[in-house]
Design a protein around this ligand. Structure first.
Ligand code: FAD
Length: 300
């Protein structure tokens, strides 16, 4: 239940949770894949913390919600990123090791991981759903296509994966029985083994992570986690998340060559004719669009 709804305009409407409601999100597991989860452990600040730090340069505190929203949207649009670093989130995440390998490439976070040297590895392994047993994509060289492998072959593949995981795990237990150290006994376990970690990151770098890992180019398995995290961020920082969604997540950039090809389309755009009652398209954004179109029209 949201207890503090407010409307900036008829288009931009935010359901702001109370601090208590936000705290209730802590500890709730969001299931991801077959044995994984995302769980919020802690968070710092809210949308107003971002505004507060952005305004320190003027020596002014928080203003009206409307002005704060405009400022957050301006900061996001112009990549004034440091105010978004003023809030942090900490998660407990359970994920297959092959997903963790992609995840750790995001260096601007703090991690503390489960240790297979101190503790025994569990017998949880990721087995994809049959709908994910697909052919190699011809265009996206890193990914799978939309085409599912025939039922009987897909079942064979899944059976073989599970069999291999069980066998590996039994061998692992066998090594431990023989007195082998955990740190060496684990080395033959597959990348589908689950690991766990605490992951702490600031909102700016989290948005960067979400932009990259919610994208269709990202592997489906990490996308599942990114979407779970995005759901939490949307609740905790609704104004910032909306700005991220409008200006980063759902926006595209064009290369010089692409703009040259599109130039003709922009020739006759009359900015003054564009409707400006949509608050997602403020008078400042109208001016900014004008400047973008002037830029495109100057391209050779
Ligand atoms: C779809 C996809 C496919 C990928 N494929 C591959 C692949 O095939 N092989 C591969 O190796 N990786 C791959 N990656 C990983 C990718 O190259 C990046 O390492 C990863 O996305 C992390 O991005 P980042 O460096 O921006 O993030 P972070 O490490 O979180 O960094 C955020 C930003 O902080 C700054 N920063 C961080 N560390 C430094 C530093 N040491 N010096 C200067 N600035 C720094 C940079 O501005 C950086 O953009 C892939 C990623 C995606 C999303």
């Amino acid at each position: 239940m949201k207890n503090n709804k407010f409307k900036i305009t008829k288009y931009l409407r935010y359901d702001i949770m109370s601090l208590e409601e936000k705290h209730n999100l802590i500890g709730k597991e969001i299931k991801c894949l077959d044995h994984g989860f995302v769980r919020l452990v802690d968070f710092m600040g809210d949308d107003s913390s971002i505004v507060q730090s952005a305004r320190v340069s003027y020596g002014k505190g928080t203003k009206s919600v409307r002005e704060d929203t405009t400022l957050i949207r301006y900061l996001m649009r112009h990549q004034h990123t440091s105010p978004f670093e003023m809030v942090e989130l900490k998660f407990h995440i359970r994920l297959p090791i092959f997903v963790a390998r992609q995840w750790v490439r995001h260096r601007t976070a703090n991690i503390n991981e489960y240790s297979g040297r101190y503790s025994e590895m569990t017998d949880d392994f990721y087995v994809p759903e049959q709908s994910q047993i697909r052919t190699q994509d011809e265009v996206n060289k890193q990914g799978r296509s939309d085409k599912q492998i025939d039922d009987s072959i897909a079942k064979d593949i899944l059976d073989s994966m599970e069999q291999h995981q069980k066998q590996s795990y039994n061998e692992y237990l066998g090594y431990l029985d023989k007195g082998l150290a955990r740190e060496i006994a684990r080395i033959n376990l597959p990348l589908s083994s689950y690991t766990e970690w605490y992951w702490k990151i600031d909102l700016h770098n989290l948005f960067r992570f979400l932009k990259l890992r919610m994208d269709w180019h990202a592997q489906y398995e990490i996308r599942v986690y990114a979407e779970a995290i995005a759901g939490i961020v949307r609740e905790l920082y609704p104004i910032s998340y909306q700005a991220f969604s409008d200006y980063i997540l759902n926006s595209v950039t064009f290369s010089y060559a692409e703009l040259s090809k599109l130039k003709e389309l922009f020739k006759n755009v009359k900015i003054e004719d564009l409707e400006d009652t949509d608050p997602n398209f403020s008078k400042f954004e109208k001016i900014e669009l004008q400047k973008k179109i002037e830029f495109i029209n100057k391209i050779d």
